[in-house]
Design a binder for this molecule. Structure first.
Ligand SMILES: O=C(O)c1[nH]c2ccc(F)cc2c1NC(=O)[C@H]1C[C@@H]1c1ccccc1
Length: 232
């Protein structure tokens, strides 16, 4: 998160850190007791290794009550996700067991209504991604508020040049922005997860390249189908 600040500890009990060998790779969030939603691109360089999911954390390194690392039973990237574009950039992770819910570990409801968030709506995004242009990695969860940018604005030739589909949305990226390591985290508007930070490589903090998110409502049926099929 560029231009943000340290989050109030444990005000985002839905936040997850997707880790490989103890290293934070991407964000994610708890959508059900045994399920985390993140971004498919985050699995690109993991050559088939399964993530571990850290829940209940504020600091990535310090011991905290309710902080717990969960093993993953299954990772299901959306079938439409690919390495060439940001389309269908969603990843479902089934935890080995149901997460133990408490004040620091909670599920976050996601938007199911197929209606765009109005341009100008101020939403918030949190993550353990880079906090400086030189790539400094924070130990504690950061957050930033960002206004939604209309799809037409975002698709302007000088911005994302018509690559933003109806299944995506954008936020203003002037100075305050998401960055590497924030991908997979939720864009929360009025307390509801509207979208997921896309994990394609994008310059951060440049107003010419707004933040890109995968809207969740268009994928509600896929999410329900996968969770229902693997609910054994
Ligand atoms: O965050 C992303 O957009 C993104 N997209 C990817 C694609 C492949 C892939 F193998 C990884 C990623 C990845 N995450 C990262 O590189 C994470 C490791 C870097 C990081 C940045 C800041 C703080 C902690 C760790």
């Amino acid at each position: 998160i560029l231009g943000g600040r340290e989050a109030r500890p444990h005000l985002r009990p839905h936040m997850a850190s997707l880790q490989l060998d103890g290293e934070h790779i991407c964000g994610g969030f708890l959508i059900a007791e045994q399920w985390v939603l993140s971004a498919a691109h985050c699995t690109e360089e993991t050559d088939g290794k399964l993530f571990q999911v850290l829940l209940g954390a504020h600091s990535l390194t310090e011991p905290e009550p309710h902080k717990r690392l969960y093993r993953v039973r299954a990772q299901i990237p959306h079938p439409g996700s690919n390495v060439y574009n940001n389309e269908d950039d969603l990843l479902l992770l089934q935890l080995e067991e149901k997460a133990e819910l408490n004040e620091h570990v909670q599920v976050l409801p996601f938007q199911r209504e197929q209606r765009d968030v109005a341009a100008g709506t101020v939403c918030e995004v949190a993550g353990w991604g880079t906090v400086t242009h030189s790539g400094r990695r924070p130990d504690r969860l950061q957050q930033v508020e960002r206004p939604v940018l209309s799809r037409d604005e975002c698709n302007h030739r000088t911005r994302h040049d018509h690559s933003i589909t109806p299944n995506m949305m954008c936020t203003d990226s002037r100075k305050r922005d998401t960055c590497k390591g924030d991908s997979g985290g939720p864009l929360v508007c009025n307390g509801v997860a509207e979208a997921v930070v896309t994990a394609g490589s994008r310059v951060c903090g440049n107003y010419k390249k707004p933040g890109i998110y995968t809207r969740i409502a268009p994928y509600a049926a896929w999410i329900d189908r996968v969770m229902g099929a693997l609910s054994g």
